[in-house]
Design a protein around this ligand. Structure first.
Ligand code: KPL
Length: 320
């Protein structure tokens, strides 16, 4: 195992400042990928005072890197956030709106916001909160695991798909920096179909693994095919009502490919339920149900999966 140490360039004001909100596994992975490309990046902290934090990262080759990350404290938000040119939001879908509320008014109009979380939905609310800023959306299939609070391990390669949603466009300079530092990242003129495609994988795999308490690979069994097909079929119909045309056969193939490729993994929702944490069900199957009702349609299977996961959450012991 080799170890490298370097200092983050987060205070270098010559470079456009990128800030990350959410220091979970994906937030720390993106931080590492940007800072090791010499991009000025910091975290928006939740503590009152700004502080430096040593963060460790282990890559797929088991090489370990350590760097010092700046967490901007709440008292310094007004001073520091005006310098942020891109805010990458890596918190859970259900935290996005509340996390952005106190921040958005401190951002410059030429700051851009990028939402990078599992599921869909918060973009609709965030679009209404903008104060002249542009909004992009993204999804990543990179695998990362938090070994401890400040040590993240990359567990798998994967594509990262990004693209514009509303308002002013992300500057070309920052877009190029992002794409050159995040491996296998791509920019899409139309990001929504990409997000719906990723959602199709999540509506099938995430709740089923949590309900049946199994690894992703077990979903290849014939007994689950009917539910998986029904959940993805409903998603395709709802997406069509939103003018997003998806191919059911291609999507189902992709779902079964992911089941095979990630056979040994426990899905994020399985892990959430096992640890009695709130799940992202509202932004996954819940989003399909919500969009279905917007168009006067029903999405029975997604509704049932939503109800089953909600029941599991309600059964958590009270001190969870
Ligand atoms: O994204 C995932 C998740 O667990 O949230 C999948 C693709 C289902 C992999 O586990």
């Amino acid at each position: 195992m080799s170890t490298d140490t370097y200092s983050s360039v987060s205070n270098n004001q010559q470079l456009p400042q990128i800030s990350i909100m959410g220091a979970g596994a994906i937030g720390q992975l993106i931080y590492q990928q940007l800072s090791s490309s010499n991009i000025a990046v910091n975290f928006i902290g939740r503590a009152e005072k700004s502080q430096q934090q040593t963060v460790t990262f282990t890559n797929l080759e088991q090489q370990q890197t350590t760097c010092t990350a700046m967490f901007v404290g709440r008292t310094d938000w007004p001073l520091q956030l005006v310098n942020t040119r891109l805010l990458i939001v890596c918190v859970k879908a259900y935290q996005v709106v509340a996390a952005l509320k106190p921040i958005i008014k401190l951002l410059n109009r030429d700051c851009h916001i990028l939402l990078l979380h599992n599921g869909m939905g918060p973009h609709l609310e965030v679009a209404n909160m903008l104060n002249g800023q542009g909004l992009s959306l993204g999804t990543t299939s990179q695998g990362a695991l938090k070994k401890s609070a400040w040590h993240t391990q990359q567990t798998g390669q994967g594509v990262t798909q990004l693209g514009h949603f509303t308002g002013p466009m992300l500057s070309e300079t920052i877009k190029i920096s992002l794409l050159s530092s995040i491996p296998q990242s791509q920019w899409f003129e139309d990001i929504l179909p990409m997000l719906w495609q990723k959602l199709a994988i999540n509506v099938a795999i995430n709740p089923m693994t949590a309900i049946h308490d199994c690894r992703n690979g077990e979903l290849a069994a014939a007994q689950y095919r009917k539910t998986i097909t029904a959940a993805v079929t409903e998603l395709v119909q709802v997406a069509a009502a939103e003018s997003i045309m998806l191919d059911l056969a291609v999507l189902l193939d992709r779902v079964y490919q992911v089941i095979e490729l990630t056979a040994a993994n426990y899905s994020s929702m399985h892990q959430d339920v096992q640890h009695q944490r709130k799940t992202e069900i509202e932004a996954i199957n819940g989003f399909v149900v919500l969009m279905a009702s917007k168009h006067g349609k029903s999405a029975k299977t997604n509704q049932q999966l939503l109800a089953s996961i909600t029941a599991l959450e309600q059964g958590y012991s009270s001190n969870a």
